[in-house]
Design a protein around this ligand. Structure first.
Ligand code: PEP
Ligand code: MN
Length: 264
């Protein structure tokens, strides 16, 4: 127990009375869009403001992110709202730029966790950092790849680690965009009980009206936090339109989760 507290300092240091919340748009689109969402999230439960600026798209021809320019927008978010910032990194160059711009939380996306070479490159670029680094599960339900990613980061002396469960792709037809296969997250939790475990119901569901239920399941399974894609105009978002919620809905989701918790 002692050990557990010691290990979980980055989350404990926040001293939250609610699950950790990472929220913001799937993609940074324009400076105005990023700042407007950030201001709407400012006085909510949100702890880290997320925005993807390098977007790994499965098929070419889709919006692939605004790139390094978006880092300046995230810096403005921090200066104007005081919120900490978060973005996805997918190679050493991204890491270098994100660190130069003082991004507080960097996550490795599901399409990167599948590649040990990429994870190693990112781990080497992050060596010794005190930033928070989160590893999403790989797109396919392969626990060893997920564990391998975490081990590579531990070996690179990255202390403020955590994991994100975003579900797994499947050929089968499913009501989920990525099936949760909760048992994999639980197995990982058992192997690394000191590692904060965050659920990404946005990419699990692919649909905004399922986010509350999946978030509740995650919290019932002792997840430590949620990453929820949030946009003031979800239907017109440049990526992942069907799953993003408005800042107002996010506040309602957090309220409903708390009420359900108090009831139980
Ligand atoms: C994202 O967070 O927008 C994203 C691309 O997620 P994933 O890596 O889980 O597909
Ligand atoms: Mn997304």
């Amino acid at each position: 127990m002692e050990n557990k507290k010691e290990m979980r300092t980055w989350l404990d240091a926040l001293n939250l009375d609610h699950p950790l919340v990472v929220a913001g748009p799937c993609s940074a689109e324009t400076e105005e869009q990023v700042l407007r969402i950030a201001h709407e999230l400012k006085d909510t439960d949100v702890n880290y403001f997320r925005a993807g600026i390098w977007k790994p798209r499965t098929r070419p021809g889709n919006f692939e992110g605004v790139g390094a320019l978006g880092l300046k927008w995230l810096q403005k978010v921090k200066a104007e709202t005081g919120m900490k910032t978060a973005t996805e990194v997918a190679n050493a160059a991204h890491v270098k730029l994100a660190l130069e711009h003082d991004i507080d939380l960097l996550w490795i996306g599901a399409r990167s966790t599948v590649s040990p070479f990429i994870v190693q490159e990112i781990a080497d670029a992050l060596e010794g950092t005190d930033k928070v680094v989160l590893v999403k599960n790989p797109v396919n339900p392969d626990l060893a790849l997920w564990l391998g990613g975490i081990e590579r980061l531990y070996t690179a002396n990255i202390k403020n680690l955590g994991v994100i469960h975003r579900g797994f792709s499947t050929y089968e037809k499913s009501k989920y965009r990525n099936i949760p296969e909760w048992q994999l997250a639980i197995e990982l939790q058992n192997k690394f009980p000191d590692l904060p475990l965050i659920c990404d119901p946005s990419h699990i569901t692919g649909k905004r009206d399922m986010i509350l239920d999946v978030s509740q399941t995650a919290l019932d399974l002792n997840f430590d936090g949620l990453m929820i894609e949030t946009h003031f105009d979800p239907d017109n978002a440049w990526s992942d339109a069907a799953q993003q919620v408005t800042p107002e809905s996010l506040v309602q989701i957090m309220k409903d989760l708390r009420i359900r918790k108090e009831d139980s």
